[in-house]
Design a protein around this ligand. Sequence first.
Ligand SMILES: Cc1cc2nc3c(=O)[nH]c(=O)nc-3n(C[C@H](O)[C@H](O)[C@H](O)COP(=O)(O)OP(=O)(O)OC[C@H]3O[C@@H](n4cnc5c(N)ncnc54)[C@H](O)[C@@H]3O)c2cc1C
Ligand code: SF4
Ligand code: SF4
Length: 461
Amino acid sequence: MNNVISRVVANDLCIGCGMCAAVCPSHNLGIRLNQQGTYEPFLEKDQCDDKGNCLKVCPFNPFPEKKVATEDAILSTITKENDSPNYSKSFGGYNSLYVGYAKEYRREASSGGIATWLLKQLLKHKIVDKIIATIENDKDDSVFYKYTIIDTIEDINLTSKTKYYPMHIGDIARLIKGTNESYAIIGLPCTIKAIRLAQVSEPENWKTIKFCISIFCGGLKSTFFTEYLASKIDVRYDEIIKPEYRVKNINSTAGDYSFSCSKKGDDNTPLLLPMKKVGDMWGTGYFKPNPCDFCEDLSGELADISLGDAWIPPYNKDGAGHSLIITRTQFAEQLISTGMSAQQLICDGIHQKQASLSQEGNYNHRRVGLSYRLKWAKKRGDIIPPKRTRRIWIENPLKSKIFKLRQKLQKESTIFWIEERIEKGKNFEEKISKTKAELAYYTKIEHLFRKKYWIRKLIRK
Ligand SMILES: Cc1cc2nc3c(=O)[nH]c(=O)nc-3n(C[C@H](O)[C@H](O)[C@H](O)COP(=O)(O)OP(=O)(O)OC[C@H]3O[C@@H](n4cnc5c(N)ncnc54)[C@H](O)[C@@H]3O)c2cc1C
Ligand code: SF4
Ligand code: SF4
């Protein structure tokens, strides 16, 4: 069959964005959480028309048409004149780069609160009728966050903050398809890609989405990530209430944030887990789905504007948070400039090199790592969508070891957590410790070989 189940899910390439379900003409696809704690489509009835509409909008379609084969190809299909005149190999096409924050919203936000500010401007100035963003799920106490439609400026406050939690746009996209209202959406790069693909393949149905905001992405986390963090503060997976992933410490640095949640049956007091205590959750790839390792877009290259964290000095020294902002269209540029002139946004323009430096680790894993993973995937005969990154020919043995260990940890973390969940006391930490220690060892050695490591050490002295 020519559908996402046979081509994408069967090849372990589904990231669970949900867009395929919204375009299926026979309403044949549903979206549900799978056993690995991420979303994926399933056949609700056996009525596939075999035309592959679902594949055309899938960000991981292994056999896309040439005009939408990569982010660059899609960009040249959709870009208007004077938009994205500059190009960076880390971030794709763009107009300008800034680091800054929104005075009124950053305290309650994850980074600089630019997302919250932007969404409010879009409604306030009636640029769109409604916003599609993520909020707490009050309907089901086992699914913590979901996408929703928002039409009041006050309710935008409910959307703030990063959720390292899977969510899909399937239900919402079904509702807005072909309507006359106008929408703005905020999402991960793969979600924005799915929307752009839909706008290319079915323009009439999706012209309703007028503005796309992407947040940067270092990889999705399955629902197990939340369960794992909660377990560190003695909250069992079925006792978690209101998980929060980025509780700031404004008296410390930006990287010094905590996870928090309350425990069912307690008095709703949030329990805090400083993320520094847990160790590196990003470089190790714990609870990350496989497709993220074959995704090249770390910043949302197809959005009107992209927002991330400014992980560079002096901004990362400030625990209140700063956003890295990439405008990609003239209209987005105008919005940011207006906010700066009105003193609602405090921003500095930054150079491309500084911006790239702030996502160095993410870039290294995604692009350099991808050149290795593509080689290994080809050798195994895996089906992978077309990529801009080329396969490496001669491997650096240390890098090769590190990227392989990360893939191993990615898989082991999911398997061991499933075992931990089924039979408590299966001892996740003990089982994962060998691979984790090996990765730490080789990473340390690799750092010692880097010129930058020694320069930084000297500067610190
Ligand atoms: C899985 C994930 C990985 C990330 N990886 C990186 C990274 O590697 N580097 C980096 O610089 N930044 C990363 N970010 C983005 C960063 O954490 C901030 O979300 C972003 O900088 C926006 O900050 P803000 O203060 O402007 O947002 P706020 O004003 O706090 O608003 C947050 C907005 O993001 C939306 N949102 C939050 N979580 C999700 C989600 N899971 N899916 C869709 N929309 C969501 C909300 O609806 C809200 O509109 C990641 C975010 C996520 C969810
Ligand atoms: S469109 Fe999204 S949910 Fe559907 S198969 Fe592709 S990645 Fe998975
Ligand atoms: S790494 Fe890519 S595929 Fe994975 S969640 Fe982020 S944007 Fe989506």
